[in-house]
Ligand binder design. Structure first.
Ligand SMILES: [Ca+2]
Length: 218
């Protein structure tokens, strides 16, 4: 189960700073993929009945602000640029966004966390560990190491409905190629709204990814 709860655990690991596959055709240095509009899912949890409570999943096609519509990757000589396009990124509210990056060496997660009270976002490069075995309720946890990355920058542009990050290739171990996925979560009252970029027909109920094709260094 890939839920906001799981991703929240990752965010907490990042904030503490102490905790710590598949082939695809080669492609050029730039790649851009689309994601359907109107496919935001909403999750609500209740503690009843114990011990696992109730977890309710629903569709929220009218949600604009958590609706990913594009993913773009530029793998340049010295930097990697990742951009996520939203249906409408205006408005405030707590929101998280993660670019999942698989390279020829490692997997990374570039995490942005915008607090409820401001537009500024915390941004981190994480190296996720293996998920724990699911507990009796099906939940698992993931410990992620925070990788220092000097030069990591993020740009949240509500007027363009785009969130982008730029980072030196060295922060990803100077990879020969990268594959990228993206997901976002946003608070919506008592619920948590999420969207995961995916090609049509691709299952998103996995721990990491799905990923786009390999994008080699330009
Ligand atoms: Ca979408």
């Amino acid at each position: 189960m890939r839920t906001s709860l799981t991703r929240t655990v990752i965010a907490l690991a990042a904030s503490s700073a102490v905790m710590g596959l598949g082939a695809a055709p080669a492609s050029a240095e730039n790649w851009r993929g689309s994601d359907p509009a109107g496919d935001v899912m909403t999750y609500t949890s209740s503690p009843e009945p114990p011990p696992c409570g109730t977890f309710t999943e629903g569709a929220d096609p009218a949600n604009h602000t958590a609706d990913l519509v594009s993913l773009a990757v530029r793998h340049r000589r010295d930097t990697v640029e990742l951009s996520a396009g939203f249906r409408d990124f205006t408005g405030g509210g707590q929101q998280s966004l993660e670019f999942d990056v698989k390279t020829d060496k490692h997997e990374f997660s570039i995490s942005l966390d915008r607090r409820r009270t401001g537009a500024a976002a915390r941004i981190s490069v994480l190296r996720p560990g293996e998920p724990s075995a699911p507990d009796e309720c099906g939940y698992y946890t993931v410990m992620s190491l925070v990788d220092p990355c000097r030069g990591l920058e993020a740009d949240l542009s509500p007027s363009l409905d785009v969130v982008s990050v730029v980072l030196p290739r060295g922060c990803l171990g100077d990879p020969r190629w990268i594959r990228v996925g993206v997901q976002t979560g946003r608070s919506a009252g008592e619920a948590w709204s999420t969207d995961i970029w995916a090609e049509p027909g691709v299952d998103t109920a996995v721990y990491t990814g799905p990923y786009g094709p390999r994008v080699r260094r330009g």
